[in-house]
Design a protein around this ligand. Structure first.
Ligand code: AMP
Ligand code: MN
Ligand code: MN
Length: 327
């Protein structure tokens, strides 16, 4: 991403931040590290500017995020509904639907949209959307560095670093480009705790989470002569191990670790009759297109969708989709 590309938009966002007294910062359902990092970094900047701020993302989140600086800004839904605000900032959300419609397209109120999904619907009054960025926090960093570098505290640097770390899979995925590494380096220079964040969010696992991983790996299957792989997580597996679905972040990457596998699907029984599917591609097969067929979305190599039905139905639909792509 060229530094100049969003210069004008960055000034517009700063102007909105300065003009308004209160802001709601919203992320996508079941927020990940990039989403939380973007929300808290923006939240802390606004707080330091003397604004009233609340941050919220629907669904479940790992309690690990409560350790992040700025986590005090995360509020329960009840405190979102009654919150009188004059600015909405959406992060890491390609559509307003991903925020469960807490964000509405730009009309009566000012909406800023920071995102890196190619499927972004440009619903903001100001849209900072760059699919070449490995993480949304890289766009937030670019914004802060351009308009208010003095505001990037060590706490904000931690939050921005978390997004780059998590969305590049600990600097392993194909999106780990020069800018991602440069951004990470600059953030460490500004005080981000690279070791502690990698330890807490990638390396460290609780005993029960590893036990669950054992059963999930046991469900691993190959299809189409080893060109595709599937894994699954049922409610029963969670109950047996005393875990929750939010503990399964990153499990899909174990399937993607298989040599020669091109397409990977992880099926998660999020509720009876509801299967959440995570898709990964190891080459240029575009899994976001398959996800979109079922109302989901994402990136070429990482996408997600939800299927109403049982595990068998979901497996059949996705494997049929894989068959078409591999053929
Ligand atoms: P996941 O499998 O949940 O890790 O998601 C993989 C990628 O796809 C992430 O970048 C998500 O933000 C994106 N994604 C997942 N589900 C959806 C959806 N329903 N709509 C749009 N993007 C999605
Ligand atoms: Mn995300
Ligand atoms: Mn992201």
């Amino acid at each position: 991403m060229s530094a100049e590309r969003y210069e004008r938009e960055f000034r517009q966002v700063l102007e909105l931040f300065e003009r308004h007294g209160s802001a709601l910062v919203i992320g996508h359902v079941d927020p990940d590290g990039d989403c939380i990092g973007s929300m808290l970094a923006i939240g802390m900047m606004l707080e330091a500017m003397g604004k009233t701020v609340r941050c919220f993302a629907p669904g479940d989140r790992s309690e690990l995020f409560d350790r992040m600086p700025g986590a005090h800004l995360l509020v329960p839904i009840e405190q979102v509904r009654g919150f009188d605000h004059d600015l909405v900032v959406a992060v890491d959300s390609p559509t307003t639907g991903r925020t469960e419609n807490l964000v509405r397209p730009c009309a009566d109120e000012d909406v800023v949209n920071f995102d890196h999904h190619p499927t972004n619907e440009q619903y903001g009054c100001v849209n900072i959307v760059d699919e070449t960025a490995a993480a949304t926090t890289m766009l937030v960093y670019r914004f802060m560095k351009t308009v208010a570098p003095e505001r990037i505290t060590a706490e904000i640097a931690d939050c921005l670093y978390l997004g780059v770390l998590m969305d590049t899979g600990g600097f392993r995925f194909q999106n780990t480009d020069a800018e991602a590494l440069r951004t990470a380096g600059e953030l460490v220079g500004l005080g981000a705790h690279a070791y502690e964040l990698a330890h807490d969010f990638i390396y460290m696992k609780r005993f029960r989470t590893l036990k669950l991983l054992g059963t999930v790996l046991d469900s691993l299957e190959l299809h189409f002569d080893g060109r595709a792989a599937t894994m699954q997580i049922t409610r029963a597996m969670l109950e047996r191990t005393g875990t929750e679905m939010k503990d399964t972040e990153g499990f899909v990457d174990y399937g993607a670790a298989l040599d020669d596998v091109e397409l990977i699907a992880l099926f998660r029984e999020t509720a009876p009759g509801e299967i959440r599917v995570s898709l990964r591609s190891r080459n240029d097969h575009d899994v976001s297109r398959l996800a979109e067929r079922f109302g989901g979305g994402g990136h070429v190599r990482a996408a997600g969708l939800t299927i109403e039905g049982d595990l068998e139905t979901a497996r059949r639909l996705v494997l049929d989709g894989f068959a078409e792509m591999i053929r």
